[in-house]
Design a protein around this ligand. Structure first.
Ligand code: FAD
Length: 463
């Protein structure tokens, strides 16, 4: 067999899994349906500019000397230098709810602590206990499940504060509406509040290019425009994958990062797996420098919910402009010279977008971007008159470029935390393994590769 493992999908989880195999001098073959890497977090060109699709901010910030930090461990396991990510920290983040209630946080947990102590004085002790739990708990020993809302209520008595604290964690990672499970909450609490947000110094295209190059330099292969049509299984063991032209690529090991619903279809299984209803509509507004300089606030990332409820649900209309997250990439430290931009992400209803005719779709995008700006302007002040260029993408676009049914950004609500699908030699990695976001996806890819490599490494030791 020419390849030691086949990886389905060249998103961040698939590339990380393949690179981990390369580190052990194994030859992975990555098969990607699209013509470029990145999946949910890729790039595209419009109006002479390069736009990034996912990735507002990376989670899990860590200083270089924290060797045990998940991101540093992951980079070591992939043989990547920290210089590749560049670690440009956020200038700060803010959660804004109705009636002007706001909470700031940064990569130093003391800011959030101080904000809670001044705005919700009776809750400071509970917050400290919640932080202590998040620091000390061992995710490896926790069972997935349970409601994060109910769990956090044991520490935080004020429902408004509990909702505000949970909101960024939900927006950055919940595949369910309204809530997320306790294990996901713990992972996101650490990644966002205790560790923090940053972005790479390079753009996503360069970052992905570096990962692909590292795989190919190490003897692996990445094929684009190469969708997998079927995963072949014989007597409960994976045998390889079939391509749409009927070609067959044999392999004893396959890692699928295509998500649980798609992987079930590739296996020819009939079980119904919920695809997920959480998808996004995103508008990227390129601003003139004068407008950008006059914007209010100094934060890089904002999370807002002016809906009055949990806000995190598939909207009835095309989008829910009152609920979203916003990123100003030129406010990451070290990016101040970049062309200023505001990226606004709102919840979107895939079915509503999908039902539109071509003309309706184009007009609806215009309208939705205008609505989105109105709510964003409540926080950072007016910018619509200073927009040099604007582009938007919908849940339908997300589905087209990631192949995630319904454009479900955080995948199926049904997770397979152990990656198992009941087939020897086949594991699921990435979003539907429960680890979301770019860093989560990469850690999932590394962990999955490690599980597959372990028996091989033990075998080599015995030989
Ligand atoms: C608008 C938006 C904003 C986001 N913001 C952030 C953020 O700020 N920070 C953050 O960390 N994360 C963010 N994310 C989420 C992040 O992009 C994802 O969690 C992460 O990229 C998931 O990676 P993955 O490898 O698990 O899956 P994917 O990226 O979905 O990769 C799966 C790959 O498999 C391929 N594939 C599917 N089926 C097949 C097949 N049959 N054959 C071959 N290939 C196949 C797909 O084409 C795709 O490339 C955002 C996402 C979106 C859409």
């Amino acid at each position: 067999m020419k390849h030691d493992v086949i990886v389905i999908g060249a998103g961040f989880s698939g590339l990380a899994a393949a690179l981990r195999f390369v580190r052990y001098r194994k030859r992975p073959l990555v098969l990607e349906a699209h013509d470029r890497p990145g999946g949910l977090s890729s790039w595209y060109r419009r109006g002479g500019r390069t736009f990034e699709s996912g990735l507002h901010a990376l989670t899990s910030f860590a200083p270089p000397d924290d060797r045990a930090a998940p991101i540093n461990r992951m980079l070591r396991q992939l043989g990547l230098s920290r210089d590749l990510l560049g670690f440009l920290p956020q200038s700060g983040a803010r959660v804004a709810f109705a009636d002007g209630v706001e909470l700031g946080f940064s990569n130093d947990i003391e800011l959030l602590r101080a904000e809670i102590a001044s705005r919700f004085p009776g809750e400071a002790d509970g917050f400290d206990r919640l932080c202590a739990f998040a620091r000390e708990a061992d995710p490896g020993r926790m069972r997935p499940g349970g409601s994060a809302r109910e769990f956090v209520a044991q520490y935080i008595g004020d429902p408004l504060l509990a909702s505000m604290l949970l909101f960024p964690l939900i927006v950055y990672g919940a595949s369910n509406e309204h809530d997320l499970d306790v294990l996901s909450m713990l992972i996101m609490f650490r990644a966002i509040y205790l560790e923090g947000l940053f972005r790479p110094a390079v753009n996503v295209r360069e970052l992905l290019g570096a990962l692909v190059a590292a795989i190919e330099d190490g003897g692996g292969e990445v094929r684009f425009g190469s969708p997998v049509a079927r995963v072949a299984v014989n007597s409960g063991r994976v045998e390889g994958v079939e391509l749409p032209d009927g070609g067959f690529v044999p392999a004893r090991m396959v890692i699928s990062t295509a998500g649980l619903p798609v992987t079930m279809k590739l296996l020819g299984r009939r079980e119904e797996v919920e695809s997920g209803r959480i998808s996004f509509f995103e508008t990227q507004y390129v601003l003139d420098r004068k407008t950008a300089a006059a914007l209010a606030g100094t934060e890089t990332v904002y999370f807002y919910n002016f809906s009055g409820g949990s806000g995190y649900r598939c909207p009835d209309g095309l989008i829910e402009p009152a609920v979203g997250s916003m990123c100003l990439p030129h406010r990451f430290r070290g990016r101040e010279g970049e062309e200023p931009m505001v990226r606004v992400t709102n919840l979107g209803n895939y079915r509503r977008w999908k039902a539109l005719s071509r003309d309706e779709y184009v007009a609806a995008k215009e309208d939705a971007s205008r609505q989105a700006a109105r709510f964003a302007e409540r926080i950072i002040g007016p910018f619509s008159d200073g927009v040099l260029f604007r582009d938007a993408f919908t849940p339908v676009t997300i589905e087209r470029f990631s192949r995630r049914p319904g454009g479900a950004v955080y995948g199926s609500p049904e997770k397979r935390w152990d990656g198992g699908l009941g087939v020897d030699g086949l594991l699921l990695a990435g979003t539907d393994q429960g680890l979301v976001g770019v860093v989560g996806a990469m850690i999932s890819g590394v962990n999955t590769a490690n599980r597959m490599l372990l028996p091989m490494r033990l075998g080599e030791l015995r030989e």
